[in-house]
Write a protein that binds this ligand. Structure first.
Ligand code: ZN
Length: 316
């Protein structure tokens, strides 16, 4: 096997410009910073394998995808802090059975080390899931992530029935990569989540990437279910493409309290501020941006955070 050629890193001066652009965005809106509900941190070895998929434009990726924020975890935390991203999750996700608990143990340490992060966990359809999810909820995990595009499972797999029941009762938000993008499979699209919400209508779901490309169907789910939200991750950027259905902008105006800023840092192929510009150019106004980039995240997660800080005696 030949060594892959080294991947060029973004020069420090460019990173400094990225930081300045992000700070200018929230300062102009009069916000104290940003609430980003969709960033990823993984154990180093796993992260390296995920990034290799991006570098190779692997089958789950489907196109060249240069990773802009290819930094170690500590440097990435420092970068987000410099940018004024005040809250962000680690969102590990399991691509096969038997690894969720190991990811969750790692994410627990990350949350303890990075007190402003949203304490994250994941699960997979497997016998042990009900027990370890119950444990995570009892411990105070603030957000779960599941990824049916990568994990290739049904959201309503019978092994997950007790898990969804538990999460409906706890109200813990679950970021779900449910949509077909970037490369769909038999388990992606609006149908599985629609079935799940028929059985568990009070679940606090955050639909990643606005459910791309079936935006309107996922907007319908958000409109019909009190606790279903949508994250903006990568949507409306130049990289993502311009194929949006008529009426989507108006739907997002109506759904203002349910739309949450997400970015997918570190694996984005453009500067962080481009995601913010992409939202601004929808023309929905400054109040909408303030809700999406700060207020909505705070409302959905804020209380849980306060109780976690109090319970563990962590400083703000
Ligand atoms: Zn993601």
């Amino acid at each position: 096997m030949t060594e892959a050629p080294p991947v060029p890193l973004v020069p420090p001066a460019e990173l400094a410009a990225d930081v300045a652009a992000v700070r200018a965005f929230w300062a102009d809106l009069g916000l104290p910073g940003l609430f980003d509900v969709h960033t990823h941190f993984l154990p180093e070895g796993i992260e390296r394998r995920v990034w290799a998929q991006f570098d190779a434009a692997g089958p789950k990726i489907g196109r060249p995808w240069p990773i802009r924020y290819r930094l170690g975890a500590d440097d990435r935390v420092a970068l987000l802090r410099d940018m004024g991203v005040r809250r962000f999750p680690s969102l590990p996700y399991a691509h096969r059975p038997g690894i969720a608990e190991q990811l969750n143990a790692w994410a627990r340490d990350f949350a303890a080390r990075v007190p402003e992060s949203l304490w994250s966990a994941t699960f997979f359809p497997e016998e042990a899931a009900a027990a370890y999810v119950a444990g995570s909820v009892a411990d105070g995990v603030e957000v779960f992530k599941v990824h049916v595009q990568v994990g290739e499972f049904e959201l309503d797999d019978p092994l997950l029935t007790p898990v969804w029941g538990l999460l409906e009762d706890s109200g813990t938000p679950v970021v779900v990569h449910a949509g077909h993008a970037p490369v769909g499979n038999d388990h992606t699209g609006p149908a599985p989540l629609t079935r799940l919400l028929r059985r568990f209508p009070r679940l606090a779901i955050v639909v990643a990437h606005l459910g791309a490309p079936d935006y309107l169907a996922f907007c319908d789910l958000a409109a019909a279910h009190e606790r279903v939200h949508l994250d903006t991750t990568m949507v409306f950027t130049d990289f993502w493409g311009t194929d949006y259905p008529d009426g989507l902008t108006e739907r997002l105006r109506d759904l203002e309290p349910k739309v949450l800023l997400g970015t997918d840092v570190p694996t984005i192929p453009y500067p962080y501020a481009h995601q913010l510009e992409a939202l601004a150019r929808l023309g929905l106004g400054e109040d909408w941006l303030r809700s999406v980039c700060w207020g909505n995240g705070l409302r959905l997660f804020g209380d849980a955070r306060e109780s976690r800080v109090t319970a563990r005696g962590w400083s703000q």
